[in-house]
Design a protein around this ligand. Structure first.
Ligand code: HEM
Ligand code: HEM
Length: 196
């Protein structure tokens, strides 16, 4: 299998990045909702679940950066035959997914009020304690962390986390299944077992 994309199919690197990121997205949801639904506040389990969410989110940021670089420097396979509307929907959907891949890790990191104990191996300082925060927020905007954090948290959790992200992923998965089972084209095959 080609490592690079071709006109007809995704290469192994794009596939690996796509599916790894998909699994980590699932992990970020499982960890944060496990925390909300199955742990009591101030317990060790509650803290562990939060730290897993932060660690998974930061790992995602690294994979997403690689993925965007790979996408920019590679050919994107042509879409399978379809109407102009279907192609437009596919492009808009893919760009929207890239947008959430950028927005979620950034808003997560800059709005968090605790350091990340990265998979309990080493600490990653929170944004609030960095030089960049001091220059941009304290000196540049002249506001406190509480004032800065509020709208950022709203975007990360209430707007995107609770709604936009999973609805978009649901629509994306539904589109993939529609292609596979109704249109019976190669859309899902070329992102999975298909060769270039
Ligand atoms: C693609 C990556 C990420 C996704 C999909 C994601 C998703 C979510 C979701 C779904 C929630 C819960 C929303 C709710 O309250 O219903 C949440 C909360 C949160 N996220 Fe993320 N997140 C990501 C990355 C990050 C990163 C990198 C950090 C910080 C380093 C972070 C920090 C937080 C914090 C502190 C909360 C609140 C925790 C809580 O309410 O228990 N997230 N995130
Ligand atoms: C079970 C879950 C998933 C399935 C079945 C799935 C399926 C697919 C398929 C079949 C394609 C190829 C589309 C085409 O060739 O036109 C694709 C592309 C894509 N997927 Fe997914 N996907 C899933 C999860 C995700 C997640 C969680 C994300 C990101 C948050 C994501 C982001 C993307 C993006 C951005 C593309 C376009 C790739 C490009 O051309 O650069 N997918 N997906």
């Amino acid at each position: 299998m080609d490592t690079r994309n071709t006109a007809n199919s995704y290469g192994s690197i794009a596939k690996w990045l796509h599916w790894t990121i998909a699994i980590f997205f699932l992990g970020s949801y499982v960890s944060v909702y496990y925390r909300h639904w199955f742990t009591a506040e101030e317990t060790p389990e509650n803290w562990i679940a939060l730290q897993l969410h932060l660690s998974i989110g930061i790992t995602l940021a690294a994979f997403i950066a690689l993925r965007i670089l790979w996408r920019i420097t590679n050919k994107t396979p042509d879409l399978e035959p379809g109407t102009r509307l279907e192609h437009l929907a596919a492009h808009v959907g893919h760009y929207a997914l890239y947008a959430i891949m950028i927005i979620m890790p950034i808003t997560g990191y800059i709005g968090t009020s605790v350091d990340t104990e990265y998979f309990f191996l080493f600490d990653i300082p929170k944004f609030e304690t960095t030089k960049l925060y001091e220059v941009l927020v304290t000196q540049g905007m002249g506001i406190s962390f509480e004032e800065f954090e509020q709208p950022i948290d709203f975007i990360h959790t209430n707007l995107f986390g609770e709604w936009i992200v999973w609805l978009l992923i649901l629509a994306h998965v539904a589109a993939a299944l529609y292609h596979h089972f109704f249109k019976k084209d190669k859309t899902l095959i070329r992102m999975t077992i298909g060769n270039s």
